[in-house]
Design a protein around this ligand. Structure first.
Ligand code: GEK
Length: 243
């Protein structure tokens, strides 16, 4: 069973912040970002492909035939496809939700022939969830206002079946040295100092990072009994939370 995603294997290059901008507006998941998203996230998030592939493998263990998996903040659906690759022919349902119309439009176009994914444009803070075997929240919580994080996790906990699971990946607070190595990772992937600086300014008001301890505490407050970190690379990590 292949774990890598071959859809859009030659995605357009991310040049969103390549040229100097007079004014940097807040980062948005608009058409220009959706178009280059595969390239952008692979070059920006250390371990992204490993996290997505392993999310699929973990999710497959919890997702029976007839079961439901939610992919909250699905972007182009990489995690949804990883789950379906991992379950093979098993007949299950993935509900993939994103607030960006541009993302969902592209995700639909990339998913031709895969009828098990239901694509929805919507706010994950409002979407209805129930009888969930798996909920995936990969690199999304960090974009929600702080005060909206616990209510969402609580709703996810309530929506899970008793032996269901939440899979959460995030950027994490880390030491200045580790943060600098993350910038080296971006430099090594071809981003210039200008691109790095302009994107950082654009994300300043949009992306707020928690420590691993803060995630642990919040997940416990949301009613999760067991939280395990299964991946860590620099200032990025992935957790599994069980009721
Ligand atoms: C992946 N999980 O490839 N409601 C719905 N969508 C939202 C909201 C919200 N309130 N806030 C942000 N988003 C994906 C990657 S990207 C991560 C997720 C990144 C969506 C937003 O539109 C974007 O598509 C996604 O969350 C975050 O594994 O770009 O760093």
């Amino acid at each position: 069973m292949p774990t890598q995603d071959n859809r859009g294997s030659n995605p357009p290059l991310d040049e969103v912040y390549r040229r100097p901008r007079e004014q940097i507006v807040d980062f948005a998941f608009d058409e220009s970002v959706a178009e280059v998203f595969q390239d952008m996230i692979r070059r920006s998030v250390p371990g992204y492909e490993t996290v997505v592939a392993c999310t699929g493998l973990i999710a497959a263990r919890y997702l029976p035939a007839g079961g439901t998996c939610y992919d909250l903040g699905c972007s182009l659906g990489a995690s949804s496809h990883a789950v379906l690759r991992a379950v093979g022919e098993r007949d299950c349902r993935v509900v993939a939700i994103d607030g960006s119309e541009a993302m969902i439009e592209r995700a639909r176009a990339l998913a031709t022939g895969e009828g098990r994914i239901e694509w929805l444009v919507g706010d994950i803070r409002q979407v209805e969830m129930h009888s969930a075997h798996v909920v995936m929240l990969n690199f999304v919580l960090q974009f929600l206002p702080l005060e909206d994080r616990l209510p969402l996790l609580t709703r996810i906990r309530e929506a899970l079946v008793p032996d269901g699971v939440l899979l959460l990946a995030e950027k994490l607070a880390a030491s200045p040295e580790v943060e600098e190595v993350h910038l080296d990772f971006k430099r090594a992937n071809g981003y210039s100092e200008l691109e790095i600086a302009q994107k950082r300014t654009a994300l300043e008001n949009v992306m707020r990072i928690d420590s691993l301890e803060a995630h642990d505490e919040r997940l416990t407050a949301a009613g999760f009994g067991e939280v395990e970190t299964w991946f860590r690379c620099l200032n990025w990590g992935a957790m599994i939370a069980r009721p």
